[in-house]
Design a protein. Structure first.
Length: 405
């Protein structure tokens, strides 16, 4: 916690000279919000940020001779507080482009010491038909997300990833109706599963010395937008130090298709992700070590999965929304001796239905959201698929009051 406090102090102090000279060559626009949220769950669940960032219910917990689920215990949090603070700097022209920078922090939790999340920090140069971005911001597969009350914004069905990257966007058409995107991305806080006891880590990607590569295209056709992209990822799950530090690699691809329609008071959004080991995107996926190989031989195979969501929202000051998501584990296509994935690879599929109502008056947003999330847990088979499943569900009620500026 001490290093986070020092980081925040350094951020504020470093901005003092900028604030004093802003009128000369740099403009500063501050933004953020303060929120108070209360929630109730009916089952023990996986969540982050002291329960604000909800994901899915854990598996049943039973003992021999007693089928009662000891994880089916309701719990709640009342008036938990969360705040987000960020700024956008706009400066003079550099290399013929308008220059800007952005930084953003999030504070959550109602018990000491709480948590501080480093969300965005990047530099951008904007030319007439292109933009170059350098630093940490949303992964390109996060450009479209649902308008939920919960801060998980549809995860684990929707991608949830902020990473350091070098991104270049090029616009075509008279109204920039076509956007081409290319990016080189390194993992940071949003890492992949692996052999380390800590679970997810960026070290597997960094050992490869190779960033993840993304290429995508988006089209705007009046009130309709559609696009997609593909990402290539290479990781190093293990190193044989006795064999001159030999690295064992794992390669994977994942693709994304998204669409949205906005007209008057109606908004429809949808996205589908399909690919290998999408755990760095928050999808319940992973990989495993291939079994039945020759002695001393090591090979890895990714688990394939698909995850989709759709949301319909209607209204003005009062908005009514309905979110639905579904994720499916497709297995590895090879027999595995060990699996590194969410819940040990025992998830076959999961789904969610979540209606919400939001009312905005002035700077204040009042929201209520109900989520029914069901996970099919079972027995992992050698090829990574899951059979003999049973459903575990959680009912979640979320109340939110947010003041934005």
């Amino acid at each position: 916690m001490k290093h986070k406090t020092l980081l925040l102090q350094a951020l504020v102090v470093s901005l003092l000279p900028l604030s004093a000279n802003a009128q000369k060559n740099v403009s500063i626009d501050w933004y953020g919000f303060v929120a108070a949220q209360s929630w109730i769950n009916t089952h023990e669940s996986v969540a982050g940020a002291e329960g604000f960032l909800y994901l899915y219910p854990t598996d049943e917990a039973t003992v021999a001779g007693d089928d009662h689920d000891r994880n089916a215990v309701s719990q709640g949090s009342w008036f938990g507080t969360m705040a987000r603070l960020g700024f956008v700097l706009k400066g003079p022209e550099i290399f013929g482009a308008a220059s800007r920078a952005k930084a953003e922090l999030e504070f959550s939790g109602h018990s000491a010491p709480g948590s501080i999340l480093y969300r965005h920090a990047f530099i951008a140069l904007d030319w007439d038909n292109s933009t170059l971005t350098l630093g940490q911001t949303w992964h390109p597969m996060n450009d479209l997300f649902p308008s939920t009350v919960g801060i998980a914004i549809g995860s684990p069905f929707n991608a949830l990833n902020r990473s350091p990257q070098l991104r270049y966007e090029y616009f075509l058409g008279n109204e920039k109706s076509i956007k081409l995107t290319g990016a080189a991305i390194f993992q940071a806080a949003n890492g992949t599963f692996g052999p380390f006891a800590a679970g997810k880590s960026y070290i597997y990607n960094r050992r490869s010395i190779m960033p993840m590569f993304y290429a995508g295209v988006d089209f705007t056709l009046g009130d309709f937008k559609v696009g997609g992209g593909v990402e290539y990822k290479r990781t190093v799950p293990s190193i044989d130090y006795a064999d001159d530090n030999k690295k064992y690699y794992l390669d994977g691809l994942c693709g994304m298709i998204q669409a949205q329609y906005n007209k008057d008071k109606l908004a429809i959004k949808a996205k589908t992700l399909i690919g290998h080991d999408m755990s760095h995107l928050g999808i319940c996926s992973g990989f495993g070590q291939v079994a039945n190989l020759n002695p001393g031989e090591i090979q890895y195979a990714p688990l394939a999965a698909s995850s989709s969501w759709v949301q319909v929202q209607y209204g003005g000051a009062v908005k009514y929304g309905l979110f639905g998501g579904y994720m499916s584990n497709w297995g590895a296509g090879k027999d595995l001796s060990v699996v590194y994935a969410a819940e040990g690879g025992t998830i076959d599929n999961m789904w969610r239905v979540a209606p919400n109502v939001q009312y905005t008056v002035g700077n204040m947003n009042l929201g209520v959201e109900y989520e029914l999330t069901t996970v099919a847990y079972g027995t992992r088979q050698p090829n990574g698929t899951v059979t003999d499943t049973h459903n575990v569900s959680n009912n979640r009620l979320l109340l939110s009051v947010m003041y934005a500026f």
